[in-house]
Design a protein around this ligand. Structure first.
Ligand code: SAM
Ligand code: SF4
Length: 341
């Protein structure tokens, strides 16, 4: 049975790692399942998903969050797999926004089921939505996701705006030889609809392990393409040093662009993020090869203090940086959909 956290607990020492990084952000994967099959994330066929009994229940997720919120965890992001394939996600949102100390609950989604769920998520108290959208062309969408569905994603974005989500952000993975021609149309689309747009470098987290440095379309490359069309991008203020994106404004004042460059310009030095996988394993990095078993504690009736000790151990063991491109770097065995992006 989950113990309620008293307000006096809010003064517990924060989650600081061996490099002085204070951890306040938790990404929670709610499922490894997905309704599309992006090549940079999942295998095309024969995906083996975790049995449902292995996934944390909403109540277990809530208990974990209640335990770590007094350590300074303030921001939550629900992800997956595709979080909206998990039934009644709005029920989890409502539980999490009610936890003392949690200031912000956000969602990353592929948008395929957003049109149906946007209103309920909003009503449950969800603050922000990121929608992954790499292209506005149906054929390229199918090439990337191995499924149809672009029109559903676009309908999802429209519905989210209609029900009152402000600051909807589009996330596009940039891939050399594939998405260069998508950059300008996406930027025009985002500017026209008052959406934020971020380009993310392709990381070696694809299930097929086909990633190669040659497929990297770096943030600098994306910036050059944008500047050829729109003129110089103006660096924006960086209110939160732990944010992964470097932000720019368009010179004409209409909209902005974020560049997330984990490969070409790693931002590990300011990382404040922890991850909880769908089956309750705590990770201190996307590229971590070690996990801390929160589910075992949650299912053995452990006290909140034990969950906090586990979380402190995880944070204490965090490496200085992910090391992509360095000698000896090995991507984790688990792919992005199994970790939670
Ligand atoms: N299914 C949801 C979605 O696609 O938004 C949430 C989970 S997905 C793993 C989270 C984010 O990770 C998405 O924006 C996706 O584009 C990104 N992503 C997946 N694989 C990636 C990779 N190998 N490199 C960079 N970004 C990746
Ligand atoms: Fe699914 Fe998101 Fe992975 Fe694409 S990136 S396969 S939508 S989990």
């Amino acid at each position: 049975m989950a113990m309620a956290v008293s307000t006096t607990d809010v003064s517990l020492p924060p989650l600081v790692d061996g490099f002085g990084r204070r951890h306040s952000s938790l990404r929670i994967s709610v499922t490894d399942r997905c309704n599309i099959r992006c090549f940079y994330c999942m295998p095309a066929e024969d995906v083996v998903f975790r049995p449902r009994r292995e996934l944390l229940t909403f109540e277990e997720i809530e208990q974990f969050v209640r335990a770590v919120a007094p350590l300074g965890v303030k921001k939550l992001r629900l992800t997956g797999g595709e979080p909206l394939v998990r039934s009644d996600l709005d029920r989890l949102v409502a539980k999490l926004v009610a936890v003392a100390g949690i200031e912000d609950v956000a969602l990353t989604t592929n948008g395929m089921l957003l049109a149906e769920q946007a209103a309920a998520l909003r009503a449950a108290g969800l603050e922000r939505i990121n929608v992954s959208l790499d292209t506005l062309r149906e054929d390229v969408f199918k090439q990337i996701t191995r499924r149809d569905g672009l029109s559903r994603v676009l309908a999802g974005i429209e519905a989210a705006q209609r029900v009152g989500f402000e600051r909807i952000r589009l996330n596009a993975v940039a891939i050399r030889g594939l998405t260069e021609a998508e950059i300008i149309p996406l930027a025009r689309f985002a500017r026209l609809r008052d959406l934020e747009l971020r380009f993310i470098e392709f990381m070696p987290l694809d299930a097929d392990h086909h990633w190669s440095a040659g497929q990297l379309l770096s943030g600098a490359d994306v910036r050059r393409i944008l500047e050829r069309e729109f003129g110089p991008l103006i660096p924006a203020e960086r209110p939160d040093p732990s944010q992964p994106a470097v932000d720019f404004r368009f010179a004409d004042g209409r909209g902005g662009i974020g560049l997330i460059n984990p490969v070409s310009e790693p931002f590990c030095g300011d990382c404040n993020r922890l991850r909880l996988t769908a089956e309750g394993q705590l990770r201190n990095c996307l590229f971590s090869t070690v996990e801390w078993d929160a589910r075992r504690l949650l299912r053995s009736g452990a006290a909140d203090q034990e969950l906090r000790n586990l979380t402190r151990s995880c944070v204490a063991a965090k490496a200085a940086a992910h090391g992509i491109g360095r000698p000896g770097f090995h991507p984790p065995e688990r792919a992005m959909y199994q970790i939670g992006g």
